[in-house]
Ligand binder design. Structure first.
Ligand code: AMP
Ligand code: ZN
Length: 463
């Protein structure tokens, strides 16, 4: 039975989607003011594993990630650069998709953007206003948190509503009214704006996810995630907005929050000079090594990126890839023991993952598997059948992680060897088996072993 840690209840709960096997999952996407950084990479890779594990278990996941393309940070950055906000946002959205692809993150089913959902956002704000939960001021429309008695239930933050003017630490855009937050901001000079019942303006930050989550997954859905910094105020405010408007509880059944990524023990920041963007990461490291690094740690723990950690991840991943190679080359005698080893590893793996995606324990089971299989191979107890059973299992795991390499390493051929191979291919096509065999022997003398299959001939250097 799968259990997930729900930030809302602060405990692990049995995972039971609202509608059978269908899972609606919404992950807060990036503010596209610049290229994605490795903190984004950690968050989106961690949720990629969670999504793929749910799919591995037979859930049908509808995965939605918003793109925040209207935001104070984008506006100020574009002013700084002297370009249009939209141009900046579009450029960085493209780059974000490219980098996620580079990180082998599976595509979302949709990537709604703020600028594409102004109508839905206005509708939601209007609804809150009609219900008396939101009010208009000179500079915008605000959410009145005293109208939502459960405010604070996600983050556990207590707000003393008896004192007016009590300052709570909210995001930097909610300046005017300490405890209430902006749903709509009236237009200011040099900022993008849209027509609305309150004159020209643009959305506040939090409202976008309530509007887009509602539109793409419904008023109530299963999983909402993001990194832990979003619990307050962003997700707290999403609950207030969505439940306030729909009157339906809960807006989201399971709130999942992943840990932050630090660099060499420090918070990543441009001023500290430890700010790493994904393009730079992928220039230096294989994306699969980064994925393996993230996969080895619990999604809820803070992780520390360093060269050493990446070296360790590389070495760990190599153990698995070496096992794959050894299995591909295994030519012992099948002992039939592999099936049991796979079953044991799979059961242990699934049990660990079912416990709130406990990746470190899950990988521990897989390391045991590597050790056991290596031993079998060393004892010459693995032939074609057993190696296939093991490889099938590793491929199944790779549907979740996408970290392993299954391409057979085979070195390079000299021109003469290439020609011999081509000649043999021709002979085979002409069904001249005697000649094909002769050429096979010739290549074998040169240390090249051939395997013929329906997909063609594979070769391998044995020396
Ligand atoms: P942002 O682009 O700042 O709006 O963030 C988009 C997502 O990335 C949110 O879920 C953030 O919580 C997450 N995020 C931002 N910085 C980091 C970091 N250093 N480590 C992990 N996640 C982060
Ligand atoms: Zn969000």
């Amino acid at each position: 039975m799968l259990k997930v840690h729900n930030t809302l209840s602060r405990s692990k709960e049995e995972f039971k989607p609202l509608k059978g096997k269908a899972v609606g999952m919404y992950i807060c996407g990036p503010t596209v003011q610049g290229p994605p950084h490795i903190g984004h990479a950690r968050t989106y890779v961690a949720f990629d594993f969670i999504r793929r594990y749910l799919e591995w278990k037979g859930f049908k996941v509808k995965y939605v990630m918003n793109i925040t393309d209207v935001h104070d940070d984008i506006i100020s950055k574009s002013n700084e650069l002297g370009i249009d906000w939209k141009e900046l946002a579009e450029k960085n959205t493209k780059l974000f998709f490219k980098e996620l692809d580079g990180l082998h993150v599976k595509k979302a089913d949709s990537y709604p953007s703020v600028s594409g959902h102004i109508k839905e956002i206005i509708e939601l704000v209007k609804k809150l206003e009609e219900k008396g939960i939101a009010y208009e001021t000179d500079d915008g429309v605000y959410y009145n948190i005293s109208k939502f008695p459960e405010y604070g239930k996600l983050s556990g933050i207590k707000i003393d509503k008896s004192k007016t003017g009590t300052r709570v630490e909210t995001d930097k855009y909610d300046k005017e009214n300490a405890q209430d937050f902006a749903l709509w901001k009236k237009a200011r000079e040099g900022e993008p704006s849209w027509d609305s019942p309150w004159g020209k303006g643009r959305p506040g930050w939090h409202i976008e996810c309530s509007a887009m989550g509602g539109k793409h997954l419904g008023e109530q859905f299963d999983v909402h995630g993001g990194a832990v910094d979003l619990v307050f105020p962003h997700h707290e405010n999403e609950i207030a907005q969505s439940e306030g408007a729909s009157g339906k509880k809960p807006f989201v059944k399971y709130w999942l929050h992943s840990g932050f990524l630090n660099v060499e023990g420090e918070k990543m920041s441009k001023s500290l000079g430890n700010y790493i963007e994904v393009p730079e990461l992928l220039e230096k490291y294989n994306p699969k090594v980064f994925r393996f690094f993230v996969a080895g740690l619990h999604y809820r723990s803070r992780i520390d990126f360093s060269e050493k950690a990446m070296e360790e991840a590389k070495a760990g991943l190599e153990r698995f890839n070496r096992l794959i190679e050894a299995l591909q080359e295994a030519n012992g005698k099948d002992s039939g023991e592999m099936k049991k080893l796979v079953e044991k590893a799979k059961t242990g793996f699934e049990k660990a993952m079912d416990n709130d995606f406990d990746l470190p324990s899950a990988w521990a089971k897989l390391y045991d598997f590597v050790r056991d299989v290596n031993k079998l191979i060393a004892e010459n107890k693995v032939g074609n059948k057993d190696s296939e059973i093991a490889l099938k299992f590793m491929k199944e795991l790779d549907k979740i992680f996408e970290v392993f390499s299954f391409e057979q390493k085979s070195g390079t051929l000299t021109e003469e060897e290439e020609n011999l191979l081509e000649e043999r291919e021709k002979a085979r096509q002409e069904k001249d088996w005697a000649k094909a065999d002769e050429l096979r022997d010739k290549l074998a003398e040169k240390g090249i072993e051939l395997t013929d299959s329906a997909e063609g001939t594979k070769w391998k250097k044995t020396e």
